[in-house]
Design a protein. Structure first.
Length: 702
């Protein structure tokens, strides 16, 4: 007997079947159609992993080692410290950091816990690092933010798909199965496996300087206008803002754009020709377009081009952003974001506050206002006026947040760091209290995938003795803080979430466990029990009150950190197929760690030679903030001005030691995708152990 559920990792949420032994096999589901990537196949091996956390751990004093304690002692200690801090320094002295991998139920209860049980405004989550710029751009253009406004199966019939900063061949391999019939245009500074597919499909690989997509998209919009490719009927009927947008784009003719972004004007025209010449075409963006200090405007530039060509809201065509984490979409809808309440409501909107307060049975005036965004929250820890305690659920910011060295200093300045995790990741090892929690295959819940489709995670086996679910942990802490209304049963939490979301943009009111278990595919908004859900949005109108989509004029900004004589190269960062995120999980899976055991830096051979480096040698990649150790991989297809680092490794190989915490002014998303660096040869000896496993917490915070 196997249990039908979904992969724990990315937003494609491939269908899986889990055996009582924990073995994972693929199952037919529209996103994966029986396929899985290597991470999905091996996900079960962490369930019984020897490093699995099975008892709460407590550090009696900052310098003391973590030691096992009872749940009562651990939760009692945390509650006592939180009560003390709150009484002495006010409710904002306690902060919460969540994750886009958490189920909808956990995200919801965590947000309620922060606002009601702790009374703090200081909650945000790692999704701020993920799709937040596209979320702002989508809201601005379409009036609502759902990653894809159509099911992925619609892509099956596409003739042309432009992928901007999305390396789906490595980040969502089964998605390629939906792109098989299309010519691809891939926009990426690197010749990724996805870019190889584009060339093989008779499409194009456009290779811009990192951080210059905005100029590239302006050049392409100019080409669309100049070559008579605008869809004028669509623009007139369904959009506003073309005139103002053209006023900026008119200054970016392709030859001028080429000088900034490095993509040949002829290729811009060819790409526009491919998109405009097809009936069924899509533009999809991901983190490469977003993780910039001007990510919102960059995504907006891609949306402007899509609108000019008449794609969004047209059957068989569209614009979309590929979300990232398992619950990347749902995780940003139900209240773990600093500026949001459940149902994708704004926390500063009086009507939204009143509705949520009534569901929660509290006074709307008692709900805190917006808090700090993730990077700003981490930066405020332990500073005067900043939080003195941090509770982390589902993130490893010591490895995944920008300027990791500064993050370690801020965590060290806390009076209390609490981490709930099932493995001893870097941040857990640095905590004062570690709470061992259940894994995906041991719990019930729902997640919302990249299509805005709500799906069920099901319990296939019991958690190991001594382990509690995140919901039980939150519920138990709330009780110790004297707060009521924090059930630990997933379905009860979901039913409360439905009521809280009712009437909001992300309306789940009509979605129930019973409907999902009966096999219905329910995409939000789904406002009532008889509503069929909304797989396709925008077919007749966009979500703005006038029903129109907005083109928004965007100007190329100055680079946040331009290369100079000292730091002449642009480092960009991202992912490889076999590792997931900060690597806590996949670095511990032997089959995956054997394939990519250590960090590397992709470098053009000429650039390597200039730095005195050869393929296979270790280098230090140095920025103004810090340096990272990585093995040189010479890649002739790479731009000579660019190097690439994966961010999946810890310790000396933490790529985020060099990244720039410059933030987008609207989304507050950090600039993971471009930092000025230099390369230097190093003779430092790096042992295999340091490659694969975390340093101890104490070493981190020294
Ligand atoms: N194997 C694997 N899969 C994953 C994940 C994982 O960690 N590992 N994580 C999941 C999550 S949370 C996310 S968010 C998604 C991310 O999925 P993707 O966005 O596809 O992944 P990234 O590797 O971060 O970035 C994509 C590409 O952007 C390129 N890029 C860098 N700078 C620029 C630029 O300025 N412009 C453009 N156009 N491209 C640029 C990089 O070279 C990279 O190939 O993947 C999900 N799937
Ligand atoms: N340089 C650079 N940095 C990046 C990026 C980049 O492209 N470049 N990408 C950014 C992006 S898009 C993202 S999404 C972030 C992700 O980065 P992180 O937030 O660090 O994500 P994970 O590594 O998935 O960390 C999740 C942790 O929570 C644990 N965990 C998993 N599921 C659960 C759960 O249900 N409950 C609890 N309590 N714990 C759980 C895991 O064991 C792991 O320790 O990284 C960002 N950082
Ligand atoms: S593509 Fe994503 S959801 Fe599918 S198996 Fe791989 S990691 Fe899991
Ligand atoms: Mo992400």
């Amino acid at each position: 007997m196997t249990t039908p559920t979904h992969c724990p990792y990315c937003a494609l949420q491939c269908g899986t079947a889990v055996a009582p032994s924990g073995e994972v096999t693929p199952r037919q589901f529209p996103t994966n159609r029986g396929g899985l990537c290597q991470k999905g196949w091996t996900a079960g091996s962490l369930l019984g992993h020897p490093e699995r956390l099975t008892t709460p751990l407590l550090r009696p004093a900052r310098a003391a080692p973590l030691g096992p304690v009872s749940w009562d002692a651990a939760l009692g200690h945390v509650a006592q410290q939180l009560v003390r801090l709150r009484a002495t320094h006010g409710p904002d002295s306690v902060a919460v950091f969540g994750g886009g991998g958490l189920t909808n139920e956990k995200s919801y209860l965590l947000g309620k816990f922060a606002r009601v049980a702790l009374g703090t405004s200081q909650i945000d989550y790692n999704g701020r690092f993920c799709m937040s710029s596209a979320a702002v751009a989508g809201n601005r253009a379409f009036g609502i933010d759902r990653g894809l406004s159509f099911p992925v199966t619609d892509l099956d019939d596409a003739e042309v798909v432009l992928l901007a900063g999305a390396n789906v061949a490595e980040t969502m391999p089964p998605l390629l199965g939906h792109l098989g019939g299309a010519q691809l245009v891939v926009v990426d500074p690197r010749r990724t496996p996805t870019a190889e597919r584009a060339i093989a499909s008779g499409g194009l690989h456009l290779q811009p300087v990192p951080g210059t997509d905005l100029v590239l998209a302006l050049g392409m919009l100019h080409a669309a206008v100049a070559d008579g490719r605008l869809d004028t009927d669509y623009l007139t009927a369904r959009t506003s803002g073309l005139e103002e947008t053209w006023r900026v784009a008119a200054r970016w003719w392709p030859e001028r754009a080429e000088r900034v972004c490095g993509v040949a004007a002829a290729d811009m025209r060819a790409a526009v020709g491919l998109l405009a010449g097809a009936q069924r075409r899509y533009v999809l963006t991901a983190r490469g377009a977003e993780q910039h200090a001007h990510g919102v405007d960059t995504v907006t530039a891609w949306i402007n081009l899509s609108l000019a060509l008449g794609l969004p809201g047209r059957p068989g065509s569209g614009f979309g952003t590929i979300t990232g984490q398992g619950n990347g979409q749902g995780g940003r809808e139900h209240g773990q974001k600093a500026d949001q309440l459940p149902g994708y409501r704004r926390i500063d909107d009086p009507a939204s506050r009143a509705h949520i307060a009534s569901v929660w049975g509290v006074d709307a005036a008692a709900l805190p206002g917006p808090g700090r965004s993730a990077t700003e929250l981490l930066d405020a820890l332990g500073r005067p006026g900043g939080p003195r305690a941090l509770l982390v659920f589902g993130s490893n910011p010591l490895v995944s947040a920008p300027d990791a060295t500064a993050v370690a200093q801020r965590l060290a300045a806390l009076e209390l760091l609490v981490v709930a995790d099932f493995l001893p990741g870097e941040t857990a090892l640095a905590a004062d209290v570690v709470l061992p929690v259940a894994q995906w295959a041991e719990e019930e819940g729902t997640l919302t995938n990249l299509e805005g489709r709500v799906l069920r995670r099901r319990r296939a086996l019991d958690p190991p003795p001594g382990v509690r679910t995140d919901l039980e942990v939150i519920s138990g802490l709330a009780r110790r803080l004297g707060a009521s209304g924090f059930p630990a049963e997933p379905e009860r939490v979901f039913d409360e979430l439905r009521a809280a979301s009712a009437g909001g943009p992300a309306d789940y009111a009509g979605i129930s466990y019973a409907r999902l278990d009966a096999g219905e595919a329910l995409h939000w908004p789904c406002p009532g029990p008889d509503h069929p859900g909304t797989p396709r949005m925008f077919l007749s109108r966009f979500a703005h009150s006038d029903g129109r989509a907005r083109l928004v004029p965007v100007d190329p900004p100055a680079a946040a950190e331009p290369p100079d004589a000292e730091f002449p190269l642009r480092a960009t960062t991202g992912r490889v197929l076999v590792h997931y995120q900060s690597g806590v999980q996949t670095r511990r899976i032997d089959e995956l760690a054997a394939i990519v055991p250590e960090s590397f830096v992709e470098v053009h051979p000429d650039t390597a030679a200039r730095a005195g480096l050869a393929d296979g040698e270790w280098a230090r990649v140095v920025s103004r903030r810090g340096s990272v150790l990585a093995r040189v991989r010479c890649v002739p297809s790479l731009r000579i001005d660019t190097v690439f680092l994966p961010f999946h490794f810890g310790g000396e190989q933490t790529a985020n030691r060099v990244t720039n915490p410059a933030l987008d002014p609207l989304s507050r998303m950090p600039e993971f995708k471009v930092a000025a660096v230099q390369l230097i040869p190093t003779r430092e000896c790096v042992t295999v152990l340091e490659h694969c496993y975390a340093l101890t917490g104490a070493e981190y915070l020294r």
